[in-house]
Design a protein around this ligand. Structure first.
Ligand SMILES: Nc1ncnc2c1ncn2[C@@H]1O[C@H](COP(=O)(O)OP(=O)(O)OP(=O)(O)O)[C@@H](O)[C@H]1O
Length: 253
């Protein structure tokens, strides 16, 4: 269960005994018709897959926490539950403040529309008013460095270009909580640096809480103070970034 709270105690995020269960179909079906036929004939079976098992942790306001773990260990699932995109099967997640979720980039975009139209659409989804977007439109486009492409449909953009627009919109104001899931990996190295600088600016100048997933342990060590290691759905370690990254490297490096 994801929830928000209006009081502002020291924790921005509280994850309490969260378990996430996915139902996996016994076979891959191509369409709904096949699905219904199999169901009617009792030929389709489901098995439970526990992507997260009894995870608990708290993040203080202003803390910068990295999530590490090998592929499929449950990091993105954890971020999606915190962002309210997925509902936990068991346990609860309390979030205090507004979240800028940089996960599944482009999910709020309509690929048939232009970048200009998508800035307004995505901005509205993030809760910005039209006036606010009018006032910040140039700033968003400047940051994304896509001025020449602003009236081009998004379907013609590369994934890196979509990431630029998404990052620029989501960070045009300082959020209370910034959730970054591999967003930076699709951009080129120059844009990655620019995004990292903006995140660092938020960290230094405010009390933004950051949850950060990256496969680059160096990047996690550079940006975060604390790291949480999730492995095969279990919380393996939670502590100072250097210690957790060293242990993780020791096992997988
Ligand atoms: N919607 C879903 N339905 C079924 N299984 C899912 C779903 N989403 C994720 N999973 C499974 O849950 C597990 C955890 O996935 P998740 O994407 O959270 O891992 P991750 O640690 O972010 O991986 P990566 O580092 O590769 O991005 C994986 O085994 C994945 O296949």
């Amino acid at each position: 269960m994801a929830g928000t709270a209006t009081s502002t105690p020291e924790y921005a995020i509280e994850v309490n005994d969260v378990t996430m269960i996915f139902n996996m179909a016994s076979e891959q079906l191509n369409n709904l018709k096949e699905y219904f036929i199999k169901i009617m004939r009792h030929e389709l079976f489901f098995s439970e897959f526990r992507a997260l098992k009894h995870i608990s942790f708290k993040v203080r306001r202003g803390e910068v926490v990295g999530l590490v773990g090998t592929n499929g260990s449950g990091k993105s699932t954890m971020l999606k539950i915190i962002a309210g995109v997925l509902e936990a099967s068991e346990g609860e997640c309390i979030v205090r403040g507004n979240i800028a979720p940089l996960i599944e980039l482009g999910a709020g975009f309509d690929m048939e529309l232009t970048a200009r139209e998508n800035i307004y659409l995505n901005g509205a989804l993030l809760g910005y008013t039209k006036q606010f977007i009018d006032d910040h439109f140039d700033e968003i486009v400047e940051f994304a460095e896509l001025r020449d492409f602003v009236d081009m449909p998004l379907k013609n953009y590369s994934s890196g270009m979509v990431a630029r627009i998404a990052f620029a919109i989501a960070t045009v104001t300082e959020p209370d909580i910034l959730i970054v899931d591999e967003t930076l990996s699709v951009g080129d190295v120059f844009f990655q640096q620019k995004c990292e600088d903006r995140i660092q600016h938020f960290i230094k100048n405010g009390d933004v809480t950051v949850l950060f997933v990256s496969h680059s342990i160096e990047q996690v060590e550079r940006i975060c103070q604390r790291a949480i290691w999730i492995e095969k759905g279990d919380l393996r370690m939670d502590g100072p970034v250097a210690e957790v990254c060293e242990a993780y490297r020791g096992q997988f490096g």
